[in-house]
Design a protein around this ligand. Structure first.
Ligand SMILES: NC(=O)c1ccc[n+]([C@@H]2O[C@H](COP(=O)([O-])OP(=O)(O)OC[C@H]3O[C@@H](n4cnc5c(N)ncnc54)[C@H](O)[C@@H]3O)[C@@H](O)[C@H]2O)c1
Length: 372
């Protein structure tokens, strides 16, 4: 298959986003073309160390050096300053200098953490990303956001509370890596694809509806198209607003709700599942405001259902607790709730006048317990 290339045009350079099945084997060629440093720190998701990780290391050796390798456990508690410190120490031990390169191979947890380390080690070294989850391919690896989680004084895990923008030199997306991804994780990535279509592209929603079965069966040509189109949407939005001062906030559709759900439900729910429920909550707010038709609601909920994503909370969590978690989220500027709401399928906008009652109603729509 021919390599699909989406150019993410940043202020000062272009970051190529390369999509092709089997493209890990092109790593030496890509590194040579880009005159990448020989000294490489490979940060690899421990769950794929023996499979895709080992393959990537073999390819990196062909680039002409023995990479230093660190395996990382991909859970939110390991996306931490402690894990970052371990990576700094490994880089020091490997004598990585200012001219070295961090290559992350893993899902969003690994790429966010490795990106944070690349952004801060010796005030910043080069970074390349090889995402291994669907969510990583269409979302986490694009746009330069890096970060780690921090526990607040009440013990709530606040996501991405420390971080920085640090753009990779390139992102290499090999859909074949998805063959080993647990189906639940794959479905989580589909929630982000649905989000992208809702924000910017009704054609992507139609493509997913027509090809839902092939997508669920990991049909590689269909997946390559889905990923490329989803990547294109994210890239275009990032290009317009590299530092999330405006339009890029639209990518948070469903996420204000999702982060609150993750904070309260903790290990019972995955990020993409929380996003799916967050999309339903956001659609319910939008419908109440008369900006989202019942038929559009049905199109999206049908799609989420065909992708076996949840439309409601896994158990009736307390709505007031969920609302409090929204206020602790960093996106709730000055205690006002800012939400991204859909304006039909293919457009969305930010509102900052959502009141408590509206948010509580949205929690009710996804099955939260509302105490009178
Ligand atoms: N930087 C951004 O812009 C951005 C955007 C969205 C999400 N994120 C972050 O991404 C994280 C979630 O990332 P994720 O959904 O990719 O999941 P993840 O990194 O948690 O990985 C999910 C699971 O799949 C395993 N895994 C990964 N690839 C595999 C493969 N090919 N085969 C088998 N197992 C594999 C991992 O070990 C892990 O157990 C969150 O921390 C979120 O905050 C960041």
């Amino acid at each position: 298959m021919i390599m699909e290339r989406v150019d993410l045009k940043l202020k000062d350079r272009i970051c190529p986003l390369l999509v092709e099945t089997g493209s890990i084997s092109k790593l030496p060629e890509i590194l040579a073309q880009r005159q990448a440093p020989a000294q490489i720190m490979a940060v690899i998701d421990a769950n794929i160390a023996g499979t895709h990780g080992a393959l990537a290391i073999r390819e990196l050796r062909k680039h002409g050096s023995e990479p230093a390798v660190q395996h990382v456990h991909a859970d939110e508690h390991h996306k931490s300053l402690d894990a970052a410190r371990e990576l700094y120490q490994a880089m020091l031990q490997a004598k990585c200098g200012r001219d070295s390169m961090v290559i992350a191979i893993g899902g969003g947890i690994v790429t966010d953490l490795a990106g944070f380390v690349a952004a801060t080690y010796m005030r910043g070294v080069e970074l390349a990303l090889i995402p291994s989850t669907l969510l990583g391919m269409v979302d986490a690896s694009i746009g330069g956001k890096t970060g780690v989680n921090i526990l607040n004084a009440e013990g709530l895990l606040l996501k991405n509370m420390a971080g920085s923008f640090w753009q990779p030199s390139f992102v290499l997306i090999d859909p074949m890596l998805l063959r080993t991804l647990p189906p639940r994780e794959f479905r989580c990535g589909l929630a982000e694809c649905v989000k992208h279509g809702m924000i910017a592209d009704p054609a992507l929603i139609r493509f997913m509806a027509v090809n839902a079965e092939q997508i669920m069966m990991l049909d590689m040509p269909v997946l390559t198209t889905l990923i490329t189109e989803s990547v294109r949407i994210k890239a275009r939005i990032v290009e317009e607003d590299e530092r999330e001062c405006g339009r890029r906030a639209l990518l948070n559709l469903g996420h204000t709700f999702a982060h609150a759900i993750e904070a309260v439900a903790a290990d019972d729910i995955k990020h993409g599942e929380a996003v799916a429920i967050g999309l339903v909550a956001a659609m319910s707010c939008a419908a109440k405001r008369g900006r989202f038709a019942a038929a559009e609601h049905e199109t999206i909920t049908n799609l989420l259902e065909r992708f076996q994503l949840p439309l409601r909370l896994p158990k009736p969590l307390d709505a007031s607790k969920l609302s409090r978690a929204i206020l602790s989220d960093k996106k709730a500027a000055q205690k006002k709730v800012r939400l991204v709401l859909p304006d039909g399928i293919g457009a969305a906008s930010v509102i900052d006048d959502a009141d408590d009652a509206e948010i509580l109603r949205a929690w009710g729509a996804v099955g939260a317990r509302i105490n009178a």
